[in-house]
Design a protein around this ligand. Structure first.
Ligand SMILES: [Ca+2]
Ligand SMILES: [Ca+2]
Length: 111
């Protein structure tokens, strides 16, 4: 009887502790994720608007995807916008970066 009572007390305390650690973990995760997200968005600012309509969205991603797949051609201005990481080549890495940029812009989560 006594033993059982202590056991449930310990269980309760452990439950409270793990709840707090989950909160702490979530808070640190939010801090870790949001800081690089802003840095990332700033790093590639002014890139990605391939169709030149003033916004970076999935229409631009679709153009980039079709270009990478060899379905369409882009002019030099579009290629400059499409080369998200500015390494001189437009490839699937730029697609991945543009996808993340769009996800950040639209506040939809990719994580
Ligand atoms: Ca656009
Ligand atoms: Ca590139």
């Amino acid at each position: 009887m006594k033993k059982k009572g202590r056991g449930s007390n310990e269980k309760k305390r452990f439950g409270k502790l793990s709840f707090l650690s989950v909160i702490a973990l979530l808070l640190s995760a939010v801090l870790i994720v949001s800081a690089p997200a802003t840095a990332f968005a700033n790093l590639y600012e002014g890139k990605g608007d391939i169709n030149g309509d003033g916004v970076v969205n999935y229409d631009d991603y679709e153009l980039l995807r079709m270009y990478v797949l060899g379905m369409i051609r882009l002019n030099s201005g579009q290629l400059e916008q499409a080369d998200i990481n500015d390494d001189g080549v437009v490839n699937p890495i730029d697609m991945q970066l543009l996808y993340i940029l769009i996800s950040l812009n639209t506040n939809s989560t990719v994580f």
